[in-house]
Design a protein around this ligand. Structure first.
Ligand code: ZN
Length: 152
């Protein structure tokens, strides 16, 4: 149910595992082992495992959810945003543009200098309109100004 929130947090550079189908014991164990915080809409889960770091997400609105997480954990993602692969959640790495040139759309090849690659799935990233779009959404919904910057 929090898939969208998970994707956004990943986009902002946070190390997120999302699972809609995991049983509570396993989830709590995984959170403990990997020192992650649980974000959930499940009140029972929070009550059953009071010593597990977790945040109960009450709103069903993505922007309210995101605002809540940012507020509670005082998140500052100005240095981390857009640093992870949206598929794999691993950090993307700068790559020599010439090396991947044949895989780039012509316009990107002409206009972008810094290209990044996911070491896991090989997906290529560059500063592009989708980043501008994300920046606009953050400004509009959360009043957050993300600096104009390259991935890293
Ligand atoms: Zn990837």
């Amino acid at each position: 149910m929090l898939g969208k929130l998970a994707r956004w947090l990943s986009l902002l550079g946070y190390d997120i595992i999302y699972s809609g189908v995991i049983d509570d014991d396993e989830l709590v164990r995984e959170a403990k082992n990997s020192q992650r915080i649980i974000l959930t809409r499940d009140t029972k889960l929070i009550e059953m495992y009071p010593e597990t770091p977790a945040l109960l997400i009450k709103s069903t609105n993505l922007w309210e959810q995101l605002r809540e997480v940012i507020r509670v954990y005082k998140l500052d993602f100005s240095e981390t945003a857009f640093s992870r692969c949206s598929n794999c959640n691993v950090e993307i790495e700068p790559v020599d543009k010439e090396e991947v040139a044949e895989h780039l759309p012509p316009l990107v090849r002409q206009t972008q200098e810094k290209i990044y690659r996911c070491p896991k799935c090989g997906k290529l990233y560059w500063e592009a309109s989708h980043v501008d779009h994300i920046r606009l959404l953050l400004k509009e919904h959360l009043n957050i100004d993300l600096k104009n910057r390259q991935h890293r």
